[in-house]
Ligand binder design. Structure first.
Ligand code: GDP
Ligand code: MG
Length: 331
C-alpha cells in the first residue's frame, strides 16, 4: 500500500456537500429511488464522522472471531461456534461498553451493557449463534458492539462477518450489500488447510468490491518453520496468479489463538511471537496515516457505483416513458 497525498479539509467538506446535493437530487426522482438516497445519505454521514469500515473476511472456522477478540483485547465474540446468519457485527469505540442488536425491518433495537466481558459475551451468544438463535428466529439484521478498546480509538470500525464467504454461492444479495459497506478488509485464511477453490472464488469477488485489502494466514502454530515458509510461498504464488496485484503481496502470519491467550495473560513475548504485535502495529500505522485517504477513496468509489446504477435505472424509466402508449401495451 502506498502513501498518498493528504486530503485538505476543504476537499473533504466539498465531497460531503456533493454527496448531500446528489442525495437531494435523487430524492426528486421518485420513491423507487429512495434506497439509493438512503445509501448515499448513510455513506455521507459515515464519511463526515470518519468511521472507517475494516472487515475480517474468510470462510467459517478460519479464526476471524478469535483474531478480532485478540485485537480488541477481550474475548467477547463467540468462537468455534456455528454462526447463525450473514448478520455482521460492527465493533466501534465508546467509553462505555454496550451491545445493540438491530432487527430486520427496522424494529426497535435491544441494548445491553453488562458488567463484565463474560456477561456481554453470553448476551451476544443469544443472538449470533445457531445455538442461541436457531435459524435466526429472532430476525437479527446486525449487531453493534461499543468498546473502549485502544485499537478502535481513531474511528476504525472492525467488522466480524459470520457466514459471509462461507457458502459456495457467494454472489448473494446479502454478501454484495455487505461488501459494499467495507472500505478495507483483512482476508483470513488458515495455514492448515491451504487456500481452497471456494476461498479463491470469494476472494475474486472481494477484490472487485473492496479497495484496500491485505492478507492474514492464521493458525501458524500448526506448522514448523520450514512448513510455514512453504505454505507462505505457496499462498503468495496462488495469490499472484489469481488476482491482479502491483508489487509485494502483504501477508501477515499469525496465531490468533496464541495472541488471544497472550493478551489475556499480558504475556508480551507470546504476543510478539503470535505475529499479532506486527499486525497490530501495521493496523495502527495504516489507520493513523492513511485512514482519511482510504475512506475518501472508498466513498468516492461507492458513490460512483451508486450514481452509475441510478443513471442506468433512470435511463430505462425514461425510455419506457418515451415509448408510444400502443407500443408499451404490446410490450
Ligand atoms: N490452532 C489454532 N486454532 C485457532 C486459531 N485461531 C482460531 N482457532 C480455532 O479455530 C476455531 C474457529 O475459530 P473462530 O474464531 O470461531 O473462527 P471463525 O468462524 O472464522 O470466526 C476455534 O476453535 C478456534 O479456537 C489459531 O491461531 N490456532
Ligand atoms: Mg466467527
Amino acid at each position: 500500500m502506498t502513501q498518498s497525498t493528504p486530503i485538505s479539509n476543504r476537499n473533504r467538506l466539498h465531497l460531503s456537500s456533493l454527496l448531500e446535493q446528489t442525495a437531494a437530487t435523487v430524492g426528486k426522482l421518485g420513491t423507487e429511488f429512495d434506497h439509493y438516497r438512503f445509501k448515499l445519505t448513510e455513506l455521507n454521514s459515515r464519511y463526515s464522522e470518519g468511521r472507517f469500515h475494516l472487515a475480517v473476511l474468510g470462510q467459517f472456522k478460519r479464526g476471524k472471531s478469535t483474531l478480532l477478540n485478540a485485537l480488541i483485547g477481550e474475548p467477547i465474540l463467540p468462537m468455534g461456534v456455528v454462526p447463525v446468519t450473514a448478520a455482521p457485527t460492527f465493533i466501534q469505540y465508546a467509553e462505555l461498553p454496550k451491545i445493540t442488536v438491530q432487527y430486520q425491518g427496522g424494529q426497535v433495537a435491544d441494548e445491553f451493557s453488562g458488567v463484565s466481558t463474560e456477561e456481554r459475551s453470553a448476551y451476544l451468544n443469544k443472538f449470533v449463534t445457531e445455538e442461541g438463535n436457531p435459524q435466526n428466529r429472532l430476525d437479527v439484521a446486525e449487531v453493534q458492539i461499543d468498546l473502549p478498546a485502544p485499537i478502535l480509538k481513531n474511528g476504525v470500525v472492525l467488522i466480524d462477518t459470520p457466514r459471509i464467504g462461507s457458502t459456495y454461492r457467494h454472489n448473494t444479495l446479502a454478501t454484495l450489500n455487505f461488501l459494499e459497506q467495507c472500505d478495507s478488509a483483512m482476508f483470513l485464511i488458515s495455514a492448515d488447510p491451504p487456500i481452497t477453490e471456494v476461498e479463491l472464488e470469494f476472494l475474486r469477488q472481494v477484490r472487485e468490491k473492496i479497495p484496500r485489502l491485505f492478507f492474514v494466514m492464521n493458525k501458524i502454530d500448526y506448522l514448523d518453520e520450514s512448513e510455514l515458509e512453504q505454505a507462505l510461498s505457496f499462498y503468495k504464488r496462488v495469490l499472484s496468479e489469481q488476482i491482479e496485484w502491483d508489487g509485494e503481496i502483504p501477508v501477515f502470519c499469525v496465531s490468533a489463538r496464541k495472541g488471544l491467550d497472550a493478551r489475556t495473560d499480558k504475556d508480551l513475548q507470546n504476543w510478539t511471537s503470535s505475529g499479532l504485535e506486527q499486525l497490530e502495529s501495521f493496523l495502527v500505522e495504516f489507520l493513523a496515516g492513511e485512514k482519511f485517504n482510504a475512506l475518501m477513496d472508498a466513498v468516492l468509489r461507492r458513490s460512483i457505483d451508486f450514481i452509475d446504477a441510478i443513471l442506468m435505472e433512470a435511463g430505462i424509466a425514461l425510455q419506457a416513458l418515451q415509448l408510444p402508449s400502443n407500443c408499451l401495451k404490446k410490450k
